[in-house]
Design a protein around this ligand. Structure first.
Ligand code: COA
Length: 167
């Protein structure tokens, strides 16, 4: 199974989840739900550091109340984000940390806070859709692959189709 087509499952009631919450508490970063007036800033940032697809997902996550987009800041500067319940219910993601801030525990802290929010909304499991860094999720949350082929993301429209048909 290719990593970018693989979905992972996380149990929100296992010991590893408690460990994740404790580890995240020690990370020196502020994490909070993003607010609607911040949407344009977050969209620009996600486009600059990640992808247009993720801009779309962030927009949907932020359109809900309560917001399904968490942001990580250091001294008021945006350094990371994480969304949940965005492309599909029960899904964590997308998430990303600015390249020069990686390896400091911020991705783990965002994951912990987002999964905690999902648990608070009644989920017992979370799905991490179409992962890239499966090892990161395995270490952080004991996430393991769902043995199935196919993904909600697999037949997305591609920008090239739009440009080919544009007048
Ligand atoms: C994945 C990502 C969010 C992790 O953020 P981060 O802040 O660097 O993560 P952390 O510092 O909390 O890392 C925790 C541990 O996971 C490891 N890790 C981080 N990224 C990893 C990766 N891509 N693959 C394997 N291990 C990884 C770290 O080395 C660290 O291990 P350590 O505790 O032994 O040092 C970040 O690398 C990123 O933005 N990647 C690009 C976007 C992306 O792939 N998002 C996920 C889409 S599903």
């Amino acid at each position: 199974m290719n990593e970018w087509t693989m979905d992972l499952l996380v149990n929100l009631y296992c010991d590893k989840f408690e460990e994740l919450q404790q580890r995240a508490g020690g990370v020196d970063v502020a994490i909070r739900p993003a607010l609607p007036p911040e949407l344009h800033i977050i969209q620009d940032w996600v486009r600059r550091h990640f992808s247009a697809y993720w801009v779309s997902e962030v927009t949907i996550a932020l359109a809900r109340q309560p917001s399904g987009c968490l942001i990580a800041t250091i001294e008021g500067e945006l350094v990371g984000f994480a969304c949940y319940d965005t492309t599909a219910r029960g899904f964590f993601g997308p998430t990303g940390v600015r390249a020069d801030y990686r390896g400091r525990g911020i991705g783990t802290a965002l994951l912990a806070r987002a999964l905690e929010a999902m648990k608070g909304q009644g989920y017992a499991y979370a799905i991490i859709g179409c992962v890239g860094p499966a090892e990161f999720y395995r270490i952080a949350a004991d996430a393991y692959p769902i043995p199935s082929i196919g993904s909600v993301y697999q037949r997305l429209l591609r920008p090239s189709l739009e440009t080919e048909t544009a007048p």
